[in-house]
Design a protein. Sequence first.
Length: 144
Amino acid sequence: MATKSLDDLASDMRGIDIAMLSTKTDDGQITSRPMSNNADVDYDGESYYFTRETARMVHEIQRDPHVALAFSSKPGLLGGGGVYIAVEGQAQVIRDKAQFEPHWSPDLDAWFEQGIDTPGVVMLKVHAEKIRYWNGAEHGEIAV
């Protein structure tokens, strides 16, 4: 088992845009959906995603903020493996538009027609508590 730092993982994660965000439904089932971090990839243990207030995941996070994120990179050329990262953490629903700005990307305007001022837009902030990673034969865990 190898030991990577959070900075090492951040470097491995550059270029990974999509994460699978998992929450728990009202009846305790696990459900997942792809979420884009919109090129906000300087990972420091916190991830940010935008969605609409009416999305089922918002209700699920407010009821139970324990979530999981799964990231994977594309395998390298000539059979080289990718990096796989599993994050367990706490999610928070943020409605304060002033906090949106540092994490907003112009690409989001395709989904939110009035940008940050789109009615009902919220930001999800996921604070990692535990991160597991696999990179070929190297694997390990980081407590954040």
